[in-house]
Design a protein around this ligand. Structure first.
Ligand SMILES: [Cu+2]
Length: 71
């Protein structure tokens, strides 16, 4: 039940810490997400989530809906 997976997303379009907060916030709102780390420098998000509740497609969509590009 406590099984988790980690996903890394390369994200284009983040230019400042506001963007980082924005991306972090939308990812944290996805049910099943337990941890989010977003790096502005690396343009990358590292997400730990429960595969029973969320999937990579959903996580990507959350970032894209916030106005950023996932590559
Ligand atoms: Cu910004």
């Amino acid at each position: 039940m406590a099984q988790t997976e980690t996903l890394q997303l390369d994200i284009h379009g983040m230019t400042c810490n506001g963007c980082v907060k924005n991306v972090t916030g939308v990812l944290q709102k996805v049910p099943g997400v337990t941890s989010v780390e977003v790096s502005l420098e690396q343009k990358r998000a590292r997400i730990v989530y429960s595969p029973a509740q969320a999937g990579p497609g959903q996580l990507k969509a959350a970032v894209e809906d916030a106005g950023f590009d996932v590559v």
